[in-house]
Design a protein around this ligand. Sequence first.
Ligand SMILES: [Ca+2]
Ligand SMILES: [Ca+2]
Length: 158
Amino acid sequence: MSNIQVNKGALIAVNWVLESTANADNIKDNIKVVAYNEKTQGLTNGAGELLTLTFTIGNNDKSGDVLNLNLSSLLVSDALGEGIPAEASNGKVTVVTRNKGDVNGDNTINVLDVVGTLNIALDTIQPTFEERYAADANDDGTVNVLDVVSIVNTILGK
Ligand SMILES: [Ca+2]
Ligand SMILES: [Ca+2]
């Protein structure tokens, strides 16, 4: 992935300052992000996004490429600078160039995609990464009859 943009999530108010090395010219393997505010205003209470990371697919990236996200050195403090226990979960970003439901990748969703999804669900074909991704229309990690129904509903405009 050629470019990473870091933006504030919903929990961080507009007047917070967000600084990041992500948009620098020479991103290597690590980016640093700092969010703070000078008016000792806390984060919005509740669950939600702290940051959103937007990745741009470069010319050398292929479908199915995976970028592992390892979050480290997470430091959260209160208005007095006292540390607050916080934990981050690592994740991964996968390059996908096909839309959900468009199993054969022809940019339309029709009966051919229903057939493709059925074949994947019934194990009669060995799907590529992209075919499998597109066939899992409801995004629950498996390809089965629910995805067939979901794609049929898309075709019928439901
Ligand atoms: Ca299609
Ligand atoms: Ca599914």
